[in-house]
Ligand binder design. Sequence first.
Ligand code: PLP
Length: 447
Amino acid sequence: MATETGVNRFLAADSRTARLYEEASRYIPGGTSRLHYYFRPYPIYARSGAGCRVVDVEGVERTDFLNNMTALIHGHANPAINRAIAEQLERGTAFSEPAEPELALAKLLIGRVPTLEQIRFANSGTEAVMMAIKLARAFTGRSRIAKFEGFYHGYYDYVQVSYSSTPETWGDPDAPASVPSSGGLADSVVDDVLVLPFNNRAAVERLLEQHGQSIAALIVDPLSNRCGFPRPAEGFYAFLREITRAHGIVLIFDEVISFRIGYHGAQGKYGGEPDLTAFGKIIGGGLPVGAVGGRAEIMALLDPSRGDPKVASGGTFSGNPLTMVAGLAAMEQMTPEAYARLDALGERLRRRANAAFEAAGEPGQLTGDGSLFRILLTSEPIVDYRGSQRGKASAERMARLHLNLLDEGIIVSRDGLGCLSTPMGEEEVDQFVRALERSLRKLGPRG
Ligand SMILES: Cc1ncc(COP(=O)(O)O)c(C=O)c1O
């Protein structure tokens, strides 16, 4: 069990963290404005970060393998990003008028991802996904969408469906039920979402044969964190491209996380040629961001230059120069060599961590690709959402492993999501593996 006196002194009842959390809970529901980082009994509070380290409010330093939920590919306080932000601060943070940095980041991204002809910025991945879906509806004249079971795409209503379904609710594996994953959705939302099983060609073919005529968009995260990073079966995205084209459906890739895995994104690695791609996280250099890019004929629906655009999209801070210069400074540092270095480190981490699981006799693995990884407490290969769900006992064991890792000076998410950042090297990978070995020992036998 994690200690209350060592690195995890935040757990002590009289810690500054406990006091902060208690006070924050009176003003903010659950003490936090975000859902996904929260863990029991309460999260650590960050005081500062530099490179790959974060210091909490107790003064404890840990190595950050989470990087604001994967958004910070250069870790904290990257000098080039900070310089760009500081210089822009002097010139102003946001204007009603467009500013040059928006153009610069647009050109950089379009230059890297061959399926982008035009791009529009937003303030979060959620907004980007929302804009992409509205574009698809306006383009096709249809209103329903299709998504994969267990895949998370932010908190726009139509994607808050079936990312947390359970054996009691998920229904037929070949025709998954459409189940709300949040309260507050209109009843009609679940009817407007067709849920597909990932990596299951026959079922996707049959379901689209049945419903394709009413579907505006099929959205897919090419490397779904929520499902434990299952890799697509050979040719699966080429198949999705073909079948969506055949049914007149707009294919959307949600690369909000997966853009981390390559210079051309996950689509450059796994194929698929989406009509539209949603971005977020790393392209903002640590500031809030989202973007949608894709085929010019679809993006033209946003164009206000010839009268009212068919799709109205606003956003007081969309494309603001502070985010744009930070994003540009972050992405310019992500050369093909930088990606290759992170890939090699990621491979080393997964290989050595998997060996640690085996040596500990603990069924478990690190999945992922490039700089992304996920700790899963099963050694079975993950191909879809249902396979990644191991039940309550396993989730509780993961929660304990998470606290043990924190106590060993390692930050990952409560459900095992992690990632590398460019300030890391083999030393941090080795540190992670040693911490994992000790954390697994402290877990004790299953059952
Ligand atoms: C794949 C994916 N899409 C969309 C989003 C939503 O992005 P944001 O949290 O910036 O709204 C996330 C957030 O984690 C995500 O992982």
